[in-house]
Design a protein around this ligand. Structure first.
Ligand SMILES: Nc1ncnc2c1ncn2[C@@H]1O[C@H](COP(=O)(O)OP(=O)(O)O)[C@@H](O)[C@H]1O
Ligand SMILES: CC(C)(COP(=O)(O)O)[C@@H](O)C(=O)NCCC(=O)O
Ligand SMILES: [K+]
Length: 256
């Protein structure tokens, strides 16, 4: 079995692959204060709960945009899986040519998404990842990572509204029927969701113009993708497991 970790700023998505098949996935909070033993006990319990055995893990691959968590996860891998993990970063083969000014600057999650999206859908392609931040990445027909856009995420944008305006409450992210809303909660929900769908469509349209291609596919992933998918005019598919799939593919390219 292969154990994969996608460490985001809010959540760590953990996946278990048996050959090419994702057999289990979990979402746990990203906690910079957790030790390797705490991660170990948490993951061991999840394995036991699903009738899986941590001793059967043959390899571990980690992609992280939170440097502080790496120490604990690497030690977790060494101690509980008896394996040096593969960490997505400089020196790792991805098959993607990164055209960023400084390729080391691109978030590992964005590269992992690009690898999976190019493998599955071919280019030109735009990947939208709705995480703590919302990232947009353009991949060319030839499979080059061309770059992209980083916008404030849906959840953190709405948290800012609630924190900075005394009379605005924290709201659930659900869609009201209208935008001419007659109460505070619906008015905020409309502003967040319909406003955000517009943000997504505008960035995607501008990217398509820069890509100068008419057949660009647009794939969305990340915790909140399905919320915006139904309101956006430009997203073609939601692919929930894109990042995990990218980790598996990178593992295949780098295994000994
Ligand atoms: N299935 C879900 N339903 C509702 N909210 C979610 C879900 N998954 C994630 N979220 C929320 O979406 C935000 C981004 O989550 P996630 O995609 O895990 O971000 P990251 O990759 O940055 O850790 C978080 O605030 C999280 O609480
Ligand atoms: C943009 C991000 C914060 C997104 O992270 P996430 O929302 O998944 O937690 C992450 O990819 C990152 O830290 N990137 C480095 C900067 C860049 O990609 O240019
Ligand atoms: K992510």
């Amino acid at each position: 079995m292969l154990l994969v970790f996608d460490v985001g700023n809010t959540n760590i998505v953990v996946g278990v692959y048996k050959d090419k098949k994702l057999i289990k996935d979990w979402r746990i909070s990203t906690d910079k204060d957790k030790t390797s033993d705490e991660y170990g006990m948490l993951i061991k319990q999840l394995f036991i709960y699903e009738g899986l055995d941590l001793n059967l893990v043959e390899d571990v691959i980690i992609s992280s945009v939170v440097p502080n968590v790496m120490h604990s996860l690497e030690n977790f891998s060494l101690k509980y899986c008896k394996k040096e993990p593969i960490v997505v970063g400089p020196g790792i083969k991805t098959g993607i040519n990164i055209k960023y000014d400084n390729p080391k600057q691109v978030g590992a999650d964005r590269i992992v998404n690009a690898v999976a999206a190019y493998d599955k859908y071919k280019g030109p392609i735009i990947v939208v990842d709705f995480g703590t931040a919302t990232t947009f990445c353009a991949i060319s027909k030839k499979g080059e990572y061309l770059g992209g856009t980083i916008a404030p995420g849906i959840k953190i944008s709405s948290e800012a509204l609630f924190q900075k305006a005394s009379k605005l409450p924290r709201v659930e992210l659900v869609k009201p029927d209208m935008v001419i809303c007659k109460n505070t909660v619906s008015a905020m929900q409309a502003g967040i969701i319909y406003g955000y769908a517009g943000l997504v469509d505008n960035i995607v349209e501008l990217m398509k113009k820069e890509l100068k291609s008419s057949n660009v596919k647009v794939i969305a992933t990340g915790g909140l993708a399905s919320l915006i998918y139904t309101e956006s005019k430009t997203i073609d598919h939601v692919d929930k497991y894109l990042t995990l799939e990218g980790l598996r593919l990178i593992y295949e390219m780098n295994r000994e």
